[in-house]
Design a protein around this ligand. Structure first.
Ligand SMILES: NC(=O)c1ccc[n+]([C@@H]2O[C@H](COP(=O)([O-])OP(=O)(O)OC[C@H]3O[C@@H](n4cnc5c(N)ncnc54)[C@H](OP(=O)(O)O)[C@@H]3O)[C@@H](O)[C@H]2O)c1
Length: 231
């Protein structure tokens, strides 16, 4: 059984926990506080989930997820994450996170900054452009499902959607490609991390976070992205 160590138990972390458990994974989940603060969540998630301190969730992970925004002063469990694939699902949102001039100027990407914080891990940008919440407007009952559930399809289905993956580590891309497949999605490799600006908020592909896009459309939309730099 593969264990996902999920650091971050908000909308993204808790929904991802639910879907990976449904796909046969175990989960150890943490927030920035004591594990007891997650008792109700792990009760809902069932026997394949447990709560832990962030350091312990990182230590237990076969695959780790950092499901909270980047900040330069983040204190991360670097030793416990060493050698591991670490999924970074953060979107750089200036209104929420403030400005990072080195990203705004195009010198680097937000995910390369996360890789610098975790120099011995294999950081992968993934799950950034799929909503972990219901549609903004509910018209039919399925609109109440998060897009990561609503859009999932078995391999080979004609309407299967694709998600992007970027990393400086090809084996980490393979791991996430298998995870996407287990959850009902194809993968498009947009590596290395320096290219991950092509799937940043506001780019052509990112506008499909609610309804998804086919592999062909995702490839085309990544190519159409234009980098807007400031400074
Ligand atoms: N929500 C979506 O649909 C969506 C879609 C794509 C990408 N994302 C990305 O996913 C990330 C999380 O979004 P969200 O909506 O889930 O945010 P959220 O609801 O605010 O949750 C953030 C979670 O991270 C935890 N956390 C913060 N710092 C931590 C640390 N150092 N160690 C362990 N846990 C820590 C928080 O714990 P405390 O409660 O203890 O503070 C909280 O559980 C963001 O970067 C966002 O851009 C979200």
């Amino acid at each position: 059984m593969t264990t996902l160590g999920i650091l971050g138990a908000g909308q993204a972390g808790s929904t991802l926990a639910r879907v990976v458990i449904g796909a046969g994974y175990d989960v150890v989940i943490a927030n920035s506080r004591r594990p007891e603060t997650l008792t109700s969540l792990v009760g809902e998630l069932g026997p394949h989930a447990r709560a832990a301190w962030a350091q312990d969730a990182a230590a237990a992970a076969d695959i780790a997820v950092v499901a909270f925004p980047y900040a330069p002063d983040d204190v991360l469990p670097v030793a416990e994450l060493a050698g591991k694939v670490v999924i970074d699902n953060n979107n750089y949102m200036v209104w929420r996170d403030g400005n990072f001039p080195e990203v705004d100027s195009g010198r680097t990407t937000i995910h390369e900054l996360r890789q610098q914080q975790l120099p011995t891990s294999k950081v992968v940008k993934a799950f950034t452009h799929i909503q972990f919440h219901e549609r903004y407007e509910i018209r039919v009952p399925s609109d109440m499902l998060p897009a990561v559930v609503r859009l999932a399809r078995p391999a080979g289905a004609p309407d299967r959607k694709a998600l992007v993956v970027s990393s400086d580590h090809p084996d980490a891309v393979d791991v996430v490609t298998r995870l996407y497949d287990d959850l009902g999605f194809d993968a498009v490799d947009n590596s290395p991390l320096s290219e991950s600006w092509r799937s940043a908020p506001g780019t052509p592909m990112w506008r499909h976070a609610i309804d998804g896009q086919s592999r062909e459309d995702l490839v085309r939309n990544l190519r159409r992205a234009r980098r807007v730099t400031v400074g």
